[in-house]
Design a protein around this ligand. Structure first.
Ligand code: HEC
Ligand code: HEC
Length: 291
């Protein structure tokens, strides 16, 4: 009996295609791997985790060149390309068919750039989450990857260095604040005495935990003695992974160990948010967006 190869191949291909449709491979872009005590996973061979102190001033140039087209010059998500953006329209099935020279695009849905003035969204993102988005892109959206390796389903943008990506992340970060808010927060942080202390009494004017009461805190907290961890605002590996909403919560409720007082009812909510915005400026060179 002669075995008919042709129909067998066709059947096998059909089965593979059906399996791919039934069980599409998932792209894992969860952020679960990053814990507060894990150093930020930057490129191999990098001595320090963040290459140099990020600068919002330098980041502005990168933003206007690479991001404004979609996100708009003011970060409102209304750049010239914004209204026409669509998802990449790639799936494993379309790629598979491409192997046989069959060029098809999966459905391309509209994809809208983020508006960085949306405080609800901004306050739930840590600088590191934004760095990760800029580095890896968002699979199956129009947000391209600016890092060396784009994961599956992502468009490739222009390659930016590690430093440029950190710089642009902190430029974008400042859309949630303004020079005026940062100046008001600095004033409160250094000068407003509440129950005998300013924020700087413990955290230090420079945010390094070396205020007059810093040594006392360091005596009780090994992290402060080591100059890193919660409350040491110059530690970018810690602060870079904290979301504004996390920090707000600590200012409002105090810390479980009781060393950080609760400011509920002693500062207004808006003042607490301003202080959160100010606290991040210890890890980067601020520009201060004026709204
Ligand atoms: C081709 C258009 C395009 C370009 C260029 C682009 N973005 Fe985006 N970006 C998007 C889209 C679309 C989204 C929304 C993705 C989604 O739906 O989740 C997005 C989302 C983001 C987010 C996530 C915001 C959030 O709330 O989670 C960040 C951060 C971001 N972009 C930063 C940048 C930066 C920085 C640059 C420049 C280096 C840049 N983008 C360039 C299209 C673009
Ligand atoms: C009496 C000392 C003291 C004072 C005053 C104080 N803090 Fe703290 N703060 C701490 C300590 C200690 C921690 C670390 C607590 C811990 O181990 O979680 C901390 C933690 C924090 C954190 C959380 C950091 C993180 O990653 O979880 C924020 C934000 C903060 N302080 C802001 C402020 C602000 C703003 C003020 C002034 C309104 C202030 N603190 C006043 C001692 C103080």
């Amino acid at each position: 009996m002669r075995i008919q190869i042709g129909p067998l191949i066709v059947t096998a291909l059909a089965v593979i295609v059906l399996l791919l449709i039934a069980f599409p491979p998932t792209v894992d872009f969860s952020r679960a791997q990053v814990g507060l005590n894990t150093p930020l996973p930057l490129s191999r061979g990098e001595q320090r985790l963040v290459p140099g102190k990020p600068s919002a001033v330098r980041g502005e140039k990168v933003f206007q060149k690479q991001c404004a087209l979609c996100h708009g010059p003011e970060g409102r998500g209304d750049g010239p390309a914004a209204s026409k953006l669509v998802t990449p329209g790639r799936s494993l099935l379309t790629d598979f068919l491409g192997v046989f020279g069959i060029k098809v695009k999966a459905e391309q849905l509209p994809s809208r750039p983020a508006n960085f003035h949306n405080l609800d969204a901004q306050r739930l993102n840590s600088p590191f989450l934004n760095y990760e988005t800029v580095t890896l892109g968002r699979p199956h959206t129009a947000m391209p990857a600016f890092g060396p390796r784009a994961p599956y389903g992502v468009n490739k943008g222009a390659m930016l260095t590690d430093q440029e990506r950190w710089d642009v992340v902190f430029f974008e970060w400042e859309f949630q604040t303004s020079a005026e808010r940062l100046a008001r927060a600095k004033e409160i942080y250094e000068n407003r005495v509440i129950e005998g202390n300013t924020c700087a009494s413990c955290h230090g004017v420079a945010g390094d935990g070396r205020g007059p009461r810093g040594a006392e805190m360091a005596g009780k907290l090994w992290t402060w003695a080591a100059g890193r961890g919660p409350g040491i605002f110059t530690d970018i590996n810690h602060l870079g992974q904290r979301k504004p909403s996390d920090l707000f919560q600590v200012i409002e409720d105090g810390s479980p160990n009781g060393l950080m007082p609760s400011y509920k009812g002693k500062l207004s909510e808006d003042e607490m948010w301003m202080l959160v915005e100010y606290v991040y400026t210890f890890v980067y060179e601020p520009k201060g967006q004026v709204k």
